[in-house]
Each structure stands twice: as structure tokens, then as C-alpha cells.
Design a binder for this molecule. Structure first.
Ligand code: PLP
Length: 390
């Protein structure tokens, strides 16, 4: 075993079943390990490196800020934080942004907003947050409670109370769940990422959004994975013709540095006041400068390109041997393979293509700007591995 791997195994908490790969460098959608073996990156660090590794513009934005001031705390104003908030509001119609450092923190903020809004309008007993079965909202004790997958809960009781789960794509059940509880908000992913790249039905999302509005319940969308151009729109909810009250995002927003954001619509823009919420690192100028360089470049041309690449991938996998189904949207793609997904991913890694899994599927989240010829090369390897008789 290499020194990098051996030291990691000895000293890093054993919470990750890492692949047998140590990445040492990369450029764009190509990564290299300690033996200079080349890999095509079809996972982008779980949808984080939106413009690939060591992207020149992103590196420039980050280093320029790094050499001015790397951190100030939120006691002072810095330019990148406000610039990023303005950009996000322009692109969504939202009115205010709270910055944290991760997806879980973005969702924590959303949950606090929902509880405070409901407490002030209806009474503090209206504290329940409805989420979907099979969802994923993070690893803190509260976002674990929001996550609708029992196997994450078992060892960590008691979790934060006030979360109920209802089946995805079943509006009647959702209505019943809301009516049986004192509900502050409904929180959904438009496409469940960790849950298996499950795309919500348009009708379900629209009915849920309308029902929430009628009952003055907040409609909150977790765009931690689906956001920032991933689905071919700036945010996945934009594919559904709905306007959420709260949008959370992280992963691809920063292009590789930790950042999370909770976007607040007009209705809830002033729910949080001084002292109601905070984060030492939140809105960090270096992370925000990087994110500005990402968000500025998610324009119509890039989004059209994401859609075109998506069509190519769906087309290439359709009716391919060993592939039963292709699901997802944009460059968030789940492939149901005949062989176990984990075996496919392991073999793809060996052949120099890094992919992810999501439940029983192979999950692909390449950089939004992955060059077409590299994407084709990866798709051919994945097809070959899927087609193999074992
Ligand atoms: C990854 C993810 C999270 C958690 O994000 P962290 O940055 O790991 O805290 C939350 N929600 C969704 C939908 C995610 O995909």
C-alpha cells in the first residue's frame, strides 16, 4: 500500500469506504493518481467541481482574493459575499441569502427559518417539517432527522424531533401527512441524489407547491446536489414551473471550496434578524470569490451545453447491453445496470473512469464543462463494463 493510503488508514477516522485511488493532481475532467495513472472524472467530487479540477478562472478568482484577505469573520463587510448574494438573487428572484459552509448547514438554516416563521405566524406548535421518504438532507443530527432513510437514524437517537416523512410522488399521502401534523414547512429534493437519482413528477411538485402556498406552509427545495446548473437549469425547481419559499444549495456552488447557501424569498427574507443565526466561516471571502466565478459562468449557453451533453449520454446508454434504465436530468444521471452498480464502478475505476453509485444505480455527475471527446471516452468505457458477462 502506498504511503498516502497507509497514513490515511492509520490516522484518519474510518468513516469512509474509500476507493483504492489516491488523487494527487488534475486538470479539467482529468485526474491523476500517485503513479500518474490518468482518470476521467465522472463524479466531480460528488457534483462539486462544477468546472472541473484546477479550473483556470476559478483558481485566478480564488488566489486573487486569497492574497487580499482570506477571512474577516462576519463582524465586517467583504465584497465577495455581497457580490455572490446579489448574483444568486438575480438568477432566482430570491431576496436574501444566508451563507454557511456545507449542504447540511444550508438545510439547518432553512429549518430554523421555517420554525421561526411558523412560530410567529401560527404558534410554536407548528414546528413539524415534512420531508420525503428516501431523501437525503445531511449528516447533522437535525438534517439526519430530516433525511427519510431509517438506516441513517438507528444509532443516533434521539434525533431532533419534529420531522415526518411521506412517500415521494404521492400527493394524496403528502396532504394527509400535512393534515395530521402541525406543519411549518415541506422540504423536498426535485431529484433525490443519494436516494438513487429519483426524479420527482412535475405534477407532484406543482401540487405540493400550490398546497403549501394555500396553507401558508413554506415550500423549501434542497438543491444541494441539483443546483448550480447541474440539471440544465440554474436550479432544478426551474424545470418544474414552481417558486419555492426557500432554496438551499452547496456542493457545486463553490466549485471546490466549502460553501452552503440558504436563499430566502420575499415572504421569508426578514424572518432571521440579528443574532438569530450565524457562522464563523459563513460567507468566507475566498470561498465566495470562487463561487462568484462559478455562478457568473452558469449562463444560457452553458446550460444549453449541459442539456446537449445530457441528451448524448441518455442516447448512448439507451438500449445498451447491461443497462436497464437511464434516469436523471441534465448531467445528474443514474444508470440502472444489470451487474451490481458497485462492481461496475469498481471496474470503471480500474479502467480509468471515476463514477459514483446512488443506491442500486451508477451515478454520473461530471463537470458541467466536460469536453465532449472526454465524455465520449468515459461513456464507451462505462458501456463496455456494463456489457461484460460475468
Ligand atoms: C450532499 C447533500 C447534502 C449534504 O451536504 P453536505 O455538504 O455534505 O453537508 C444535503 N442535501 C443533499 C440533497 C445532498 O446531496
Amino acid at each position: 500500500m502506498s504511503e498516502i493510503k497507509a497514513r490515511d488508514k492509520e490516522f484518519v477516522a474510518d468513516t469512509y469506504a474509500r476507493f483504492d485511488v489516491a488523487i494527487t493532481s488534475g486538470i479539467g475532467s482529468e485526474l491523476y493518481d500517485e503513479n500518474d495513472k490518468r482518470y476521467i472524472d465522472m463524479g466531480s467530487g460528488i457534483g462539486v467541481t462544477s468546472f472541473g479540477t484546477a479550473d483556470v478562472e476559478w483558481v485566478k478568482a480564488v488566489t486573487e482574493q486569497l492574497m487580499k484577505v482570506q477571512h474577516t469573520s462576519n463582524l465586517y463587510y467583504t465584497a465577495p459575499c455581497g457580490k455572490l448574494a446579489e448574483l444568486l438573487c438575480e438568477k432566482t428572484g430570491m431576496k436574501k441569502v444566508f451563507f454557511g459552509n456545507s449542504g447540511a448547514e444550508a438545510n439547518e438554516c432553512a429549518i430554523k427559518v421555517a420554525r421561526k416563521y411558523a412560530a410567529e405566524k401560527k404558534g410554536s406548535e407548528y414546528s413539524t417539517i415534512v420531508t420525503l421518504e428516501n431523501s437525503f438532507h445531511g449528516r447533522t443530527l437535525t438534517t439526519l432527522a430530516a433525511t427519510g432513510q431509517d438506516h441513517y437514524h438507528e444509532l443516533y437517537q434521539p434525533l431532533t424531533p419534529g420531522f415526518v416523512h411521506t412517500p415521494a410522488n404521492d400527493f394524496e399521502k403528502l396532504k394527509e401527512t400535512v393534515n395530521n401534523n402541525k406543519v411549518a414547512a415541506i422540504l423536498i429534493e426535485c431529484i433525490q441524489g443519494e436516494g438513487g437519482v429519483n426524479v420527482m413528477d412535475k405534477e407532484f411538485v406543482q401540487q405540493t407547491s400550490a398546497f403549501a402556498a394555500e396553507n401558508d406552509i413554506l415550500f423549501m427545495v434542497d438543491e444541494v446536489q441539483t443546483g448550480n446548473g447541474r440539471t440544465g437549469e440554474m436550479y432544478a425547481y426551474m424545470n418544474y414551473g414552481v417558486t419555492p419559499d426557500v432554496v438551499t444549495t452547496a456542493k457545486g456552488l463553490g466549485g471546490g471550496l466549502p460553501i452552503g447557501a440558504c436563499l430566502l424569498s420575499e415572504k421569508v427574507q426578514n424572518v432571521l434578524g440579528h443574532g438569530d443565526h450565524g457562522s464563523t466561516f459563513g460567507g468566507n471571502p475566498v470561498a465566495c470569490a470562487g463561487a462568484v466565478s462559478i455562478v457568473e459562468r452558469i449562463d444560457d449557453a452553458l446550460l444549453a451545453d449541459v442539456k446537449a451533453k445530457s441528451e448524448y449520454v441518455f442516447g448512448a446508454f439507451e438500449n445498451a447491453k447491461g443497462i436497464e434504465k437511464v434516469v436523471g436530468m441534465g448531467l445528474m444521471i443514474g444508470v440502472k445496470t444489470t451487474r451490481p452498480a458497485a462492481d461496475v464502478v469498481k471496474e470503471c475505476n480500474e479502467k480509468g473512469v471515476l463514477c459514483l453509485t446512488a443506491k442500486d444505480k451508477v451515478r454520473l455527475l461530471p463537470a458541467l464543462n466536460i469536453p465532449m471527446e472526454i465524455l465520449k471516452e468515459a461513456v464507451e468505457v462505462i458501456k463496455e463494463v456494463c456489457a461484460k458477462e460475468v
